[in-house]
Write a protein that binds this ligand. Structure first.
Ligand SMILES: NC(=O)c1ccc[n+]([C@@H]2O[C@H](COP(=O)([O-])OP(=O)(O)OC[C@H]3O[C@@H](n4cnc5c(N)ncnc54)[C@H](O)[C@@H]3O)[C@@H](O)[C@H]2O)c1
Length: 396
């Protein structure tokens, strides 16, 4: 099959297995070039391990610290007629590269919110690893079925308390438009917290702890985004922000539990990057196009792998973790610099449909977006025939 990108809104419905493999290979090369993470983790569970920040976490642990990794994700494999999801191909590639270096990797494909997948994970840890010393929680999902009540919650990306009108880019038409988002009602807020808040993280840690598969000194982290004034209406002060504030609440309990055996739990703040999750958030494509412009101009541009490798080395396993007053680990310092935010704000006022490509790095945004699906990767022959059916070695 010859596979070309087919973009529909904030999704690309096709994916390229060879491009995804090259993408994973480049992230591994980055980590190897940076060198080992001293005192890094050795047995790591990554929940949401197939794309974005979770994949970068798995790569940093395995290739930065030589860790055995168990990855949980929810992906579709390809068939003769239809490519699989990017996360499927990324994981197949990760396994291949890890195996080639004798690094243990196993993966479980299924709904991480369910009790069944938690039980299966515990059984795999017991059988192969004994215990884990790091649990990375990196799920991003639009829905969650509650494991105890069976209720299905859908998340929304809306402001709270007021309607918000903000300029954004229509990514299909490549035009600048005003987007109005209507304030969420109480149910929408609660449902978003149920999906993206900390309850499931807590359930995971409770289940792992009860099963005795958390090593003494085990750590866990869940990822969050804070942003600055420009995105607050939609993000931090909106429904997704309410869910992220729930992580900040829940982490206290989780930390107390792990502290009993010398461990720790932290929410880690990462910068805005292009992922399948972030491209679905209104305003984010324009914010990212402007942020890339500002950060590339001063040489501080970073993607998932740079962020997570830095988080592991400096904060999760560093001697002097970068922490804020709330006790969160911070890797978003470069994005939050006042001069970067001011530059983004200025460009936001100036951008029009006509000057979109000159004022912003929308071209860079689009490239990053297509790369998520295995396209736009240098050295990949997109006219060549590829087999969409790719096995993941060592699936549980
Ligand atoms: N993208 C950003 O700009 C950004 C910035 C800061 C923090 N974060 C946070 O990082 C975390 C990861 O987000 P991302 O942007 O890397 O998203 P992503 O969409 O790239 O990754 C989501 C992962 O979750 C998995 N997943 C989704 N639903 C699942 C389910 N039911 N069961 C099992 N696995 C499931 C997917 O397979 C994938 O591995 C989120 O908490 C997000 O809020 C993202």
């Amino acid at each position: 099959m010859i596979i070309k990108p087919r973009v529909r809104g904030f999704m690309c419905v096709t994916t390229h297995p060879v491009g995804c493999e090259a993408n994973v290979g480049q992230q591994i090369d980055y980590v190897k070039a940076q060198g080992p993470i001293p005192n890094g983790p050795k047995r790591v569970l990554v929940i949401g391990a197939s794309t974005g920040y979770g994949l970068a976490s798995r790569i940093s642990a395995a290739f930065g610290a030589g860790a055995s990794t168990l990855g949980i994700f929810f992906e579709k494999e390809g068939t003769e007629k239809k490519p699989g999801t990017a996360g499927w191909y990324n994981s197949a590639a990760f396994h291949k590269f890890a195996e080639a270096e004798g690094i243990y990797a196993k993966s479980i494909n299924g709904d991480a919110f369910s009790d069944a997948i938690k039980e299966k994970t515990i059984a795999e840890i017991k059988a192969d690893l004994g215990q884990v010393d790091l649990v990375v929680y990196s799920l991003a999902s639009p829905r969650r079925q509650h494991p105890k009540t069976g209720e299905v919650f859908n998340s929304t990306l809306k402001p709270i308390g007021k309607d918000v009108t903000q300029r954004g880019v229509n990514t299909d038409k490549e035009t600048i438009e005003n987007f109005t988002l209507v304030a969420a009602n109480e149910d929408e807020i609660n449902n978003t917290v149920a999906v993206m808040g900390g309850e499931d993280w807590q359930m995971w840690i409770d289940a792992l702890d009860e099963a005795g598969v958390l090593a003494d000194g085990a750590k866990t982290t869940a990822y969050t985004y804070l942003g600055d004034k420009l995105t607050w209406d939609i993000y931090w002060h909106g429904t997704i922000g309410a869910a992220k504030k729930d992580l900040d609440k829940r982490v206290i309990n989780i930390r107390e539990k792990l502290a009993r055996t010398g461990g720790d739990a932290r929410v880690s703040v990462l910068k805005a990057v292009v992922t399948q999750a972030s491209s679905a958030i209104p305003v984010m494509p324009l914010y990212l196009a402007l942020l890339f412009k500002a950060m590339k101009a001063d040489g501080s541009h970073e993607g998932c792998i740079e962020q997570v490798y830095g988080l592991f080395k400096n904060s999760l396993y560093g001697d002097a973790p970068i922490k804020d007053e709330e006790g969160r680990l911070r890797a978003d310092g470069l994005e939050m610099r006042p001069e970067i935010q001011a530059a983004v704000a200025q460009m936001w006022d100036d951008v029009t449909t006509e000057n979109l490509l000159a004022t912003t790095d929308f071209a860079g945004y689009k490239r990053e977006f297509l790369r998520l699906f295995g396209f736009e990767i240098d050295g990949v022959d997109y006219d060549a025939d590829v087999d969409p059916v790719v096995e993941i070695n060592n699936m549980a």
